[in-house]
Design a protein around this ligand. Structure first.
Ligand code: F6P
Length: 372
């Protein structure tokens, strides 16, 4: 009987996912193994919704954004079924064995790696591939989709320059990245931004305003300000830290739930935040200010050359890992090399952008203000 391998994509989509699926399929096909794709993330394997990924299915998808398997953020142990949230881990294990899978390849980011670890602990042979436009996954320098998103955000900043200059405006541009500033800082440096606001460096409104007024006094009549969706001011950052400290010390269930709700209120994404920031900056600087939210444009479109290469290399290595029976690993990219990292070292760990990271130092040295 031909060896059969399962694959799924989970979490937010990102350009390059199809390139990775294709690469896995190519290697397995050459080894006379079958590849089946589960649809809609972990939901597909829980409810046994799958498609045979033969050569015909995999043809022509290298350059296509999104994922032919579709995706969802649903977790194996917390899956919405009708109006209930159900632990579907057992059903996943059953379907895995029903198909006599040699392994399950999960392509995803932070949430996917937690789920992958759970399935590994449930006894399945798991190999993962890192993807996220946020670049916040531990254990790999490169994640599929980040480079494409970086290009989209940089192109947008480039376009904003001319209109900002024509109208002598401050342009706030909201960039994705969840709780990290990789995408914002990268596109800010590449796009020649003047002030960059990222979650890792809480800002003071007054200092941001001061940096903008200084530019104006120096005869620079416009400013470009990329703002990470997770950026916070100093006071909010202090509140978050305080709640987190109390939460870490609390055992009381009710109090824990209250604190988590408070935390979610402060940290969950709210589009109105950037408009409030614009209003306050306009008041403080007396300079006309506009907002652009890049949103899902950053996750769409054709993958960049780098992402196609990265996805292909990671996909090839993932398929080889399965054929070599190297299970429980994520394929990782660092310093130009592809290697394997234990899933335990990745799951639940965020790749933070430290305040003394070379990108931060480089931006500071070239005159960028972080409003700190
Ligand atoms: O993780 C990728 C990401 O695009 C983040 O940058 C953003 O915060 C989030 O997903 C948006 O998620 P959703 O697709 O669920 O709206």
């Amino acid at each position: 009987m031909r060896k059969c391998v399962g694959i799924l994509t989970a979490g937010g989509d990102s350009p390059g996912l199809n390139a990775a699926i294709r690469a896995v399929g190519k290697v397995l096909s050459r080894a006379n193994a079958r590849l089946i794709g589960f649809k809609d993330g972990f939901e597909g394997i829980a409810f046994d919704r799958f498609v045979e990924l033969d050569d015909e299915m995999l043809s022509g998808i290298l350059t296509v954004g999104g994922t032919i398997l579709r995706t969802s953020r649903h977790k194996p142990n917390k899956m919405p079924v009708g109006k209930k949230i159900v632990d579907m881990t057992e059903a996943i294990v059953e379907n895995y064995h029903k198909h006599q899978l040699a392994a399950l390849i999960c392509i995803g980011g932070g949430g996917t790696h937690k789920s992958a670890l759970l399935l590994k602990k449930a006894g399945l042979n798991i190999v993962t591939i890192p993807k996220t436009i946020d670049n916040d996954l531990s254990g790999s320098n490169g994640t599929i989709g980040f480079d494409t998103a970086l290009n989209v955000a940089t192109d947008a900043i480039d376009s904003l320059h001319s209109t900002a200059s024509s109208h002598k405006r401050i342009m706030l541009v909201e960039v994705m990245g969840h709780k990290t500033g990789w995408l914002t800082l990268g596109s800010g440096i590449a796009g020649g931004a003047d002030v960059i606001l990222i979650p890792e460096i809480p800002y003071s409104l007054e200092k941001v305003a001061e940096a903008l007024k200084l530019r104006s006094r120096e005869g620079k009549f416009f400013s470009i300000v990329p703002v990470a969706e997770g950026a916070v001011d100093v006071a909010t950052a202090e509140k978050i830290a305080k709640i987190q400290q109390t939460l870490d010390k609390t055992d009381d269930k009710k109090r824990k739930a209250e604190l988590k709700a408070e935390l979610a209120e402060l940290t969950s994404y709210k589009p109105e935040r950037i408009f409030e920031l614009a209003k306050k900056l306009e008041e403080l600087t007396k300079l006309e200010t506009r907002v652009t939210i890049l949103g899902y444009l950053q996750r769409g479109g054709t993958p960049s050359c780098f992402d196609r290469m990265l996805a292909t290399r990671l996909g090839v290595r993932a398929a080889e890992a399965v054929l070599n029976r190297e299970f429980g690993f994520m394929t990782s990219y660092a310093n130009g090399e592809i290697s394997l990292v234990p899933i335990e070292e990745v799951a639940g760990k965020r790749k933070e952008l430290s305040a003394d990271h070379p990108w931060v130092k480089c931006a500071e040295a070239s005159g960028v203000s972080f409003g700190a």
